[in-house]
Design a protein. Structure first.
Length: 119
């Protein structure tokens, strides 16, 4: 069983169809036997971290501007509520962008096949 080695490793990666114990001990489970899926997982991780930083930056910036304006009475409570809903929708939309298929360059003859987002 690979579970003890996966648990002890700095980064345990289980491939294919691991046992339940091995899957639980692994840091990353790749349901394919293709090694390049590990690179896909790291790319998805980097994209996710970038989106988290973007969303935190947007939320902090919005609140740094909107809260003082609302406290000063420069905007109505209704406008503040609508702006907060719009801000939340923007954060959610930005968070779901990695789920979209990659863009296809219109200048190529062969369209790229959308890459799987699950590893």
């Amino acid at each position: 069983n690979d579970a003890p080695a996966l648990a002890q490793a700095d980064l345990g990666i289980a491939f294919g169809a691991p046992t339940a114990l091995a899957a639980q001990a692994a840091d990353l489970v790749v349901t394919s036997d293709r090694l390049e899926r590990v690179l896909d997982a790291f790319a998805l991780l980097a994209t996710t971290q970038r989106r988290i930083r973007q969303n935190l930056g947007w939320a902090l910036s919005y609140n740094a501007i909107a809260i003082p304006l609302a406290m000063a009475g420069a905007i109505t409570p209704l406008a503040a509520a609508l702006a907060m809903v719009a801000s939340s929708a923007l954060v959610v939309a930005n968070a779901t962008r990695p789920l979209l298929p990659p863009r296809v360059d219109d200048g190529t003859e062969v369209a790229r096949r959308p890459r799987a987002r699950t590893v």
